[in-house]
Design a protein around this ligand. Structure first.
Ligand code: NAD
Length: 246
């Protein structure tokens, strides 16, 4: 079978480098082209079957338009999208298969599953908080993974992500309300990605933690997603679909 030729965007970045390594380590795939700031997308896309993108959400509208024009499915690993940018991705998924995932690691996707089970079992008496830590260069906050964890908690409780989440606390903010979900972003050093979901009640506390120590866990997952994606019909998928967890 012919190798799947992948366009790696953000090729000079931390994740781009990890993706190139993962693609080159997989006998079924090859790097068809790479782009970074200022490179032509159309020419690179013409050499490839699919795209793996870990860049910046500011680049997404341009990339998505080029993928639609050239009819190339894409794996969107970039996080921090605005509602308008997410809508552009959803619109593209009407004509192309797309994987959009805040985290491509198998461990984090297990954490997503465990978080849903835990909140269902522990229920309303438990206060819910999410803490994440990433390296000092990360620009968006909270992380896409922390946001997804909070969304799962919201989906299982009568809570809105838009109005009930509290991003950090400062000053005389008053006692914690029953509904609020605290979200806290730590930044420093070279931390690849730590996430903890805290379920706290009077007298006991449960914490679910995932720690990534290598970007390969994300890039290997993204390559797995690209290989899966090219045989899917148009639609928007996440890593739970790729892993068959739904
Ligand atoms: P990085 O800053 O190291 O790399 C980003 C690269 O994208 C840079 O080389 C930059 O030049 C390039 N880039 C930016 N704008 C561009 C444009 N307009 N055209 C072409 N190239 C452009 O960042 P990183 O640590 O590799 O992270 C990249 C993204 O991936 C972030 O959004 C991060 O949150 C996300 N991420 C997602 C996962 C996941 O599993 N989904 C895991 C890790 C990181």
């Amino acid at each position: 079978m012919a190798q799947l030729k992948i366009l790696v965007t953000g090729a000079k970045g931390r994740m781009g480098q990890a993706v190139i390594h993962s693609v080159e380590s997989d006998a079924d795939c090859a790097v068809g082209a790479t782009v970074d700031m200022g490179d032509s997308l159309d020419e690179a896309l013409s050499k490839c079957d699919a795209v793996i993108d870990f860049t910046s959400h500011h680049f997404s509208n341009e990339l998505v338009a080029a993928c639609v024009k050239n009819r190339k499915p894409f794996v969107m690993g970039t996080t921090g999208h605005t509602a308008e940018e997410l809508e552009t991705i959803r619109e593209a998924s009407k004509t192309l298969p797309v994987v959009l995932a805040p985290n491509f690691s198998v461990g984090v996707n297990t954490l997503f599953w465990l978080t849903r089970q835990a909140v269902r079992i522990l229920g309303e008496p438990f206060d819910l908080e999410v803490v994440e830590m990433h390296h000092r260069m990360k620009t968006d906050s909270p992380s896409g993974t922390a946001r997804r964890l909070v969304e799962i908690l919201c989906e299982e409780t009568d809570v809105s992500y838009e109005t009930d989440t509290r991003h950090g606390r400062k000053g005389d903010v008053g006692a914690r309300t029953k509904k609020e979900i605290g979200v806290h972003a730590l930044r420093g050093g070279d931390v690849v990605g730590d996430h903890t979901v805290v379920f706290a009640n009077v007298g006991e506390r449960v914490e679910l933690t995932h720690k990534a120590s290598s970007r390969d866990t994300f890039s290997n997952g993204a390559v797995r997603a690209a290989k899966w994606l090219v045989s899917q019909p148009a639609g928007i998928y996440d890593m739970q679909d790729v892993l068959g967890l739904k």
